[in-house]
Design a binder for this molecule. Structure first.
Ligand SMILES: [Zn+2]
Length: 125
């Protein structure tokens, strides 16, 4: 398999596993919450704390998803033929054939090598 595709797949898999774990934690917390609310002496403060915790877990799931999306966009792909650089999310980047593809660690690095930015980069900055 192509190295870039493999790398991207691994990244998506890691992100998925992270979210899966968060959901598992969330379910555990939900069970705990149910147990607490079933007790005769309902401890409102404790319940509130549990709810706060659940909110935090949900927030973490959302932010970890955002991080995954951001990381996807950040990947900088150059085209050896056109000397243009794109974010991996750009439709043009997806059309570059693997033998013309160059991966750059940073945008600066790409510019140093004489590559110019596609509108997918200039529009977002
Ligand atoms: Zn582009």
């Amino acid at each position: 398999m192509d190295y870039n595709i493999k790398k991207e797949l691994n990244k998506i898999r890691t992100g998925f596993l992270k979210v899966k774990k968060e959901i598992k934690d969330l379910k555990k917390e939900k069970k705990l919450l149910e147990k607490i609310s079933n007790k005769e002496n309902l401890d409102i403060d404790r319940l509130k704390k549990e709810i706060e915790f659940l909110k935090k877990v949900i927030y973490n799931i959302q932010t970890s998803n955002e991080v995954i999306i951001k990381e996807e966009k950040k990947e900088i792909i150059g085209n050896r033929v056109s000397l243009k650089v794109h974010y991996s999310s750009c439709p043009f980047a997806k059309k570059i054939s693997p033998e013309h593809m160059v991966l750059f660690p940073t945008l600066k690095e790409a510019k140093k090598k004489g590559y110019s930015e596609c509108i997918c980069i200039t529009q977002k900055n």
